[in-house]
Design a protein around this ligand. Structure first.
Ligand code: NAD
Length: 706
């Protein structure tokens, strides 16, 4: 767990508990005993706390939050007090990341030394929590109220040089071989010089107007923190740091932490945290699976998606070759890529040299022969099976053996595309989201024959280009768009039954969705959905009124934001209600024999969300997603589902599966033939609801047996 060595009068506690030196109960007990023992040792004049790993420490063992072991004694606040009140000065030596509880331990030390690239942060707010081991009390005393407030309320880390400038650390030493020696030297010196103890209990927060500052800050973050409970709790705790002695402030902070720990928002935050850690574990792909080397990338099609994909790779340092069908399209694509980097440099996101280097790493071609060296080729041409088949046939002829052949298709059958090649094991879907250089989500689509090392490579590369790779199976719409379909269907149907687009959107945005269904359809383009429906007529033919309002808007050329009119009228960016849409809905309702009625908000919410959740159950049953958390990551990162609700599947557990089942059955009956058509509960939902098992418990048990 850690070693203790002597260097003259300094005792060095070197943490060594891979992977992250987590501060679980055993570590806390051992550290606490070690500090007590060293305190009693007269030979020891100072203690250095450092790490043998590339990071200082990842902080609390958050699995303990679930089991309650977080409170087992000594808890983290106790350990901090043990360090702070030890008679021997303690120096934290931080090279690499030091997050959450780890930084709180460091704050309880008398001194902190760091490497310039060390990262220090209190990310608890991202889990719907506040730093509960003294972070809100010690950080403002040491680094000042303004720095502490910004760090705690953003959850973002600061680097060594900034930490030195604000007093968070006392000295910077280059990382590497001599770092530890410098830290020991530092400890030796402070032990030699006068009174080396520096407890936060003796410090106050120096600020001319803490109340005024915190009030201003509260106003500043109000738009971002609406719906969230943790920010206000953090601010209150920071205020306590300004007004109360340390011990009282710590007690208030601990109470706040305990309160937040039990909130749905914190459960949601922790669920997503674990989901992100788990999503790269893919059945049948061993952790030891060696990925293929990817040194160069080619993208076919330089349209909206191709350009975004190219930019994502270029800014991660990959050379990218763009292949287009015509010289004009190629030039336009390359020009857009180059302009993107120019704009990014103008905004200060990159230095001009860096932007130029990225842009000049892009080349263009009309010939497949120029893709012969590419390690990864991503097709982002038109969404047509014929086009994709031709492209993959050409790739089969020209790509080198072992090159990965990927498609960005959103709806087409990857296995059918892969089958035109002699190497379907090298084919994979990489479903980027628009704008591809911005959106973090990447659905990695595993075909029937995709080789495990191809999946491992996709995951590795995705991380390099800062994407969140979630592996899914081949089915219509994969996971994200498949769940989107019933959501959109209900949003549209509700118009026919009497709701206005704004009423539907207000309910969903009130729930926390980044954008309501109708605003989202207007943004994506009413034509996009209409064209997809035209292709799928046979599958939706049994519902003659399926998205009837949207189809009419399409016929009328009301394509959404791009034509200034869709479900709304657009005055610049502002959306304005359009009575004509209500009129259109009424006429269509009459034609389809659907009764127009008053619809309440609860029905809107349930009708939009529960079928989406039900689809998630079907997807999980079919194994198209590995675990509920994968569906949640997709919806939070690709579709604007509020992260503080943890994603649709986690939300279902929070609501209670019996309730979801009950309401599905309710609509199945009350909506007549329409309900019968679309509200059949998924067998897995029925099974779990009837046996009183949550989705999380079910998958946890499955994990145990697989
Ligand atoms: P787009 O029309 O903007 O761009 C397609 C580009 O491909 C055009 O520049 C076209 O000239 C080029 N092209 C067509 N046939 C070609 C060929 N045989 N060889 C080389 N280039 C060819 O389309 P888009 O929105 O970028 O979509 C591209 C793909 O990405 C589609 O499969 C689409 O389903 C998928 N997709 C789109 C989105 C989105 O939001 N737009 C999101 C995810 C996935």
């Amino acid at each position: 767990m850690f070693s203790i060595e002597r260097s003259g009068s300094v005792a060095v506690i070197e943490l060594n508990a891979p992977p992250v030196n987590a501060l679980g109960l055993k570590m806390r007990q051992a550290l606490s005993s070690a500090v007590h023992e060293l305190e009693a040792d007269e030979q020891v004049k100072a203690i250095v706390l450092c790490s043998a790993l590339p990071l200082f420490c990842g902080g609390a063992d958050i699995a303990e939050f679930r089991t309650g072991a977080v409170w087992d004694k000594p808890d983290l606040p106790d350990l901090c007090v043990t360090i702070e009140t030890s008679r021997k000065p303690v120096v934290a030596a931080i090279a690499g990341p030091s997050m959450g509880g780890a930084l709180e331990i460091a704050l309880a030390c008398d001194y902190r030394v760091a490497a310039p690239e060390a990262l220090m942060g209190l990310p608890e707010i991202k889990l719907g929590l506040l730093p509960g081991a003294g972070g809100t009390q010690r950080l403002p005393r040491i680094a000042g109220l303004e720095v502490a407030t910004r760090m705690i309320l953003s959850g973002d880390p600061v680097k060594g040089d900034f930490a030195l400038s604000c007093g968070l650390v006392d000295a910077l030493f280059e990382s590497g071989q001599d770092f530890r020696a410098h830290a020991i030297e530092f400890a030796t010196r402070i032990a030699r010089e006068g009174d080396p103890k520096r407890s936060c209990a003796d410090m106050t927060v120096a600020h001319p107007d803490p109340k005024g500052f915190l009030a201003g800050f509260r106003t500043e973050i109000a738009p971002r923190s609406k719906n969230l409970v943790a920010p206000e709790r953090c601010l209150k705790s920071l205020q306590a740091a300004c007004e109360l002695p340390l011990a009282q402030g710590l007690a208030q902070e601990k109470a706040g932490f305990a309160e937040l720990l039990d909130t749905p928002q914190s459960r949601a935050g922790r669920h997503l945290f674990f989901a992100e850690r788990e999503c790269t574990k893919v059945p049948g792909v061993s952790r030891e699976q060696r990925p293929r080397d990817i040194a160069s990338v080619a993208v076919i099609g330089a349209g909206t998606m191709g350009r975004g994909i190219a930019i994502a790779f270029l800014q991660a340092g990959y050379p990218v070759t763009l292949l287009e069908a015509t010289q004009g399209a190629l030039e336009q694509g390359l020009d857009q890529v180059s302009k993107h980097f120019q704009r990014a440099a103008d905004k200060g996101r990159f230095s001009p040299d860096q932007a130029e280097a990225f842009a000049s790493n892009a080349t263009g071609t009309l010939s497949y022969a120029d893709l012969a060296d590419a390690d990864l080729i991503i097709e982002a041409a038109f969404e047509s099976m014929n086009v994709k088949r031709q492209i993959f046939e050409a790739l089969d002829r020209h790509a080198k053996p072992g090159a990965i052949l990927a498609s960005n298709t959103s709806t087409l059958d990857l296995d059918e595309i892969a089958a035109v090649t002699s190497r379907p094991e090298d084919a994979i879907g990489l479903h980027f989201f628009s704008p591809a250089n911005v959106m973090r989500l990447l659905e990695v689509v595993r075909g029937a024959k995709t080789a495990p090392d191809v999946i491992a490579t996709a995951i590795t590369v995705a991380k390099k280009i800062r994407k969140l790779p979630v592996t899914v199976g081949v089915c219509y719409g994969f996971v994200g768009n498949r769940m989107l379909e019933p959501y959109f269907r209900e949003g549209s149907r509700l118009l026919l039954e009497g709701a206005a687009p704004k009423q539907v959107d207000d309910v969903l945005e009130g729930f926390g969705m980044a954008m309501g269904i109708h605003a989202m359809a207007d943004l994506a383009g009413i034509d996009v959905g209409a064209r997809v429906r035209q292709e799928r007529r046979s599958e939706i033919a049994h519902d003659p009124a399926y998205q009837a309002v949207q189809d009419r808007l399409f016929e009328l050329g009301r394509l959404g934001q791009k034509t200034g009119r869709g479900s709304y009228i657009y005055e610049g960016q502002t959306r304005v209600e359009d009575p004509e849409v209500v009129q259109i809905s009424k006429e269509l309702a009459t034609r389809h024999g659907v009764a127009h009625r008053q619809i309440d908000d609860q029905e809107i919410l349930e009708r939009c969300l529960y079928p989406l959740i039900n689809e998630g159950f079907l997807i999980l049953e079919e194994g198209m997603a590995t675990r509920p958390g994968d569906c949640d990551l997709i919806w939070v990162n690709g579709y604007g589902f509020p992260d503080w609700r943890g994603g649709p599947m986690h939300y279902a557990d929070e609501v209670g599966l019996p309730r979801i089942l009950d309401r599905m059955n309710h609509y199945r009956q009350s909506l007549g033939a329409y309900g019968e058509m679309w509200f059949t509960p998924a067998p897995l939902l029925e099974e779990l609801a009837n046996t009183g098992v949550t989705l999380a418990e079910h998958f946890e048990a499955k994990k145990g047996t697989s």
